[in-house]
Design a protein around this ligand. Structure first.
Ligand SMILES: C[S@@+](CC[C@H](N)C(=O)[O-])C[C@H]1O[C@@H](n2cnc3c(N)ncnc32)[C@H](O)[C@@H]1O
Length: 228
């Protein structure tokens, strides 16, 4: 993984959460994609791509939902073996799953966020679109793809320095830099997607998360991709 933010560097999933904390972790991840458990229920098959500790599937299961499949390039954490999860170990660029399998794909800081170059991001996107049903959706948060962020961080080292500081410890100046360049990175990601639309049929829009979220401005939107 490249250009890890402070949050990613400190990403140590706590696997043994009580129900309330597990649901909170899952709802936070669904919330930034404009979703909750009720909405999730409407989709027949949902993939959580780059699921990590599988917060969404585990909490959904507690709420009676069995329509989630967790996919990650890493093996299922040993502590989750025996939890009865629908877990598939697979690389985003090569999922080895049938075409048109899923109605909704969720991606929170996963393969696209960590993509190192245009080629990797396009391969992951094409593969996600292949396993997505026609008129199905991919929802991505944050909007910025990894290679775009990296190129801006190389150009503006202050952006990389600010990103390396944990959100709670950022100065006002660091927050300003993150917002200014983060919004630019979101736009550049949308421009990149426009280029791909000639090769593959989809629409892409950025949607507001929620007016009352406590997210920094550059993360107040998620990316919605619909296969046409
Ligand atoms: C920062 S963690 C986020 C995990 C989870 N989405 C969450 O919100 O808790 C990134 C996860 O994406 C997975 N990942 C990154 N690149 C991937 C790829 N190309 N294919 C599949 N999984 C990937 C990593 O193994 C890791 O579990």
């Amino acid at each position: 993984m490249n250009s890890l933010s402070a949050e990613e560097k400190h990403y140590i999933p706590d696997l043994n959460l009580n129900r309330e904390r597990l649901e909170n972790e899952a709802l936070a991840r669904l919330g930034v994609l404009g979703l909750d458990f009720q909405q999730l229920e409407k989709y027949k098959r949902v993939m959580d791509f780059g699921a990590g500790a599988c917060f969404i599937e585990r909490a959904a299961k507690l709420n009676g939902l069995t329509n989630i499949t967790s996919v990650d390039k890493n093996p299922l954490p040993p502590a989750l073996k025996g939890a009865g999860l629908n877990y598939i170990q697979a690389q985003g660029a090569e999922l080895a799953l049938p075409d048109e399998s899923f109605d909704l794909i969720l991606e929170n800081r996963s393969g696209l966020y960590h993509s190192r170059d245009e080629m990797e991001a396009s391969q992951i996107l094409y593969e996600l679109l292949r396993v997505l049903k026609t008129r199905g959706e991919i929802r991505v948060h944050p909007v910025t793809f990894g290679f775009v962020q990296k190129s801006l961080q190389d150009k503006f080292p202050k952006y990389g320095n600010a990103a390396a500081v944990l959100l709670a410890h950022r100065s006002l100046e660091e927050k300003r830099i993150m917002t200014e360049l983060g919004l630019r990175a979101n736009e550049m990601t949308m421009d990149f997607l426009k280029k791909l639309q000639s090769d593959f049929k989809f629409s892409a829009s950025n949607e507001r998360v929620k007016a009352d979220s406590n997210l920094p401005k550059e993360q107040e939107e998620f990316l919605r991709i619909v296969k046409s």
